[in-house]
Ligand binder design. Structure first.
Ligand code: PLP
Length: 284
């Protein structure tokens, strides 16, 4: 498969990762994942904006403009030709020798860009049936708003949930629900939609952004306030959102049913609107 490596599109077997790449040694880098529907990148601009925000938060100067990066990603997409999938791209701070914790001089060390495209199908089965999750302590750092390639905290949380037999982790920080291991989390109670406010405790999701827009049009009230484990267990519905998962109902947490233990009607309404928005986008 062809990948993008800095400015070149080459076969993945030709990519050389330097031993002293700071991404490899320190997880010193950022990434994005954009969904591709019918060959088009969904909410590309929003993802690029968040990428630039992540870069600024980690004090990294990107060696290209948004237009240049977009052109490179599109060049790769045309070359690979996958109609439905996702593009993953990351930038590490680059290759700096010797291995030092200090950030290297950005005038000397150039960030390293990599991007690849993989096919992904719509998660219709999960969307129809819902998934079962478990509560896990959110022990990640206090920069969860940065889309950092250092995902160990998220991986540990998911693994803990999986070891207990659940498909997903619902993260709890000091008793409050933050998000899921790789998606934002929502609950519905008495027709009102609740989700954690943006800030350092969660990733400001691009899908979350879209849902704000769709719920406004649907007349569904949204409150971005933190809620507790107890409040979530007493909710009528729960779902998670991400670019790849789109909207997936969570029907049970820690073996306790949420609502009647089936994907809820508000969730289904929002999912329907989400799919319609994708269809309009690909037709445009
Ligand atoms: N929260 C976390 C921790 C994530 O990793 C992700 C996506 O990867 C999200 C939320 C959802 O973000 P988006 O909707 O932009 O895909």
């Amino acid at each position: 498969m062809k990948v993008l490596w800095n400015e070149q599109i080459i076969d993945e077997s030709k990519v050389k990762i330097d031993l002293e790449d700071r991404g490899y040694q320190f997880g010193d880098g950022i990434y994005e994942v954009i969904r591709i529907y019918d060959g088009c990148m969904y909410m590309e601009k929003e993802h690029l904006d968040r990428f630039w925000e992540s870069a600024q938060k980690i004090r990294m100067t990107l060696p290209f403009t948004q237009v240049e990066l977009s052109q490179r990603l599109h060049r790769l997409a045309n070359e690979v030709g996958i109609e439905n999938g996702r593009i993953y791209f990351q930038v590490t701070r680059g290759v700096a020798k010797p291995r030092l914790h200090d950030f290297p001089d950005s005038a000397v060390v150039q960030p390293v860009l990599l991007a690849d495209i993989q096919p992904v199908s719509r998660p219709s089965v999960k969307q129809n049936l819902g998934i079962r999750a478990g509560f896990v302590e959110d022990r990640r750092w206090l920069h969860c708003d940065i889309k950092s390639i250092s995902l160990l905290g998220n991986l540990l949380a998911l693994d803990e949930a999986k070891q207990k037999g659940f498909e997903e982790a619902v993260l709890l920080r000091e008793g409050f629900v933050t998000e899921a291991s790789a998606s934002n989390l929502w609950m519905v109670k008495d027709g009102i939609l609740y989700t954690h406010p943006d800030g350092q405790l969660i990733l400001p999701g691009i899908t979350k952004m879209k849902i704000r827009e769709l719920t406004k049009a649907l007349g569904i009230e949204v409150k971005e306030v933190a809620f507790t484990k107890k409040e979530l267990l007493a909710a009528d519905e729960c779902f998670k959102t991400s670019s790849v998962a789109e909207i997936v109902p969570i029907i049970e947490i820690d073996k306790q049913k949420i609502g009647d233990g089936m994907p809820g009607k508000v969730t289904k309404r929002i999912l329907k609107a989400y799919i319609e928005a994708i269809n309009l986008f690909v037709q445009a």
